[in-house]
Design a protein around this ligand. Sequence first.
Ligand SMILES: *[C@@H]1O[C@H](CO)[C@@H](O)[C@H](O)[C@H]1NC(C)=O
Ligand SMILES: *[C@@H]1O[C@H](CO)[C@@H](O)[C@H](O)[C@H]1NC(C)=O
Ligand SMILES: [Zn+2]
Length: 310
Amino acid sequence: MGPQGLGITFVTLPLVIRAAAGGPSHWKELKATCGGSKQSPVNIDRRRLQRDSGLGDIVFEGYDQAPPGKWRLVNNGHTVMLSLEGEPASEHIAISGGGLPGRYRALQLHFHWGSPAGNGSEHTLDGHQLPMELHIVHINAKYRTLGEAKGHPSGLAVLGCFFQVSEAPNPNYNTIVSGLRNISHAGQSVDLASTFRLSTLLPRASRLSRYYRYQGSLTTPDCSEAVVWTVFEEPVDISWAQLRAFVNTVYFPASGAVPLKMTNNYRPPQPLHSRKVFASRDATSSRGCPGHLLSPLLLLALLSPLSPSP
Ligand SMILES: *[C@@H]1O[C@H](CO)[C@@H](O)[C@H](O)[C@H]1NC(C)=O
Ligand SMILES: *[C@@H]1O[C@H](CO)[C@@H](O)[C@H](O)[C@H]1NC(C)=O
Ligand SMILES: [Zn+2]
């Protein structure tokens, strides 16, 4: 059958972390790969993007049809994950184009979030974390197992979406959010009341050609450097109440007398080293003044107390 390794990795992860008595900064002691030079997530510095006009529209297959089967939502002790494989229809959920080196089948999606006091995205934007991040993990269709795919720099493709807090709830997330109360405890799973079009979880269709692209890794051990990352520029709206449902309903695996709420399940940004983050053809050009384009003279004028008021 399909690759199973990913599920196993996620399930065993919290135990591994606990055994090492340390969070993400200690992962490299567990797995040398986690200290590699192409790790994820990264900070996306919009002043340092490199435009690549070859990064055009992504082709989404099966994203616009609700599969007939059931989708299972699981608390794997590390995140809330929706399996997208196993159903016959899932063979048809795939992405290609957009500069991706091949066709990639969807495996699963999951979330990273913060706490009542702080944002919890993995990628950061100009140094800022956003409230939450969605990852949709895909495997290069030319590989049969996750193990095989992890051995190649373009073995996996992950789509990342930021969330921002809106006044109104996002009805497209109702099914997932209402499933959360059925998976409070690690290891629990629930068959969602209905499937839905995966596209409804993404930013508006007209904005999907605006994205950032770079070469990176899985953000949990073993941190395989096998991921072509696509992070959409446009955040998805979600209400405070919906966000709180993630922060407040789900628990880490029980380890002591007091159950610990699943919060801050993100890895912080890793050094970019020699990598570049590319802006897609349609990505918005950097806001503000890109440092390297700012002439010294203009800079002086801007800083000068004598410059005319706006
Ligand atoms: C958290 O995210 C919001 C966007 O929804 C942003 O306005 C705020 O500055 C972020 N907070 C921090 C501490 O980065
Ligand atoms: C989920 O939990 C709710 C409330 O606890 C319950 O009414 C419902 O039957 C559960 N759904 C499933 C599929 O277990
Ligand atoms: Zn993730």
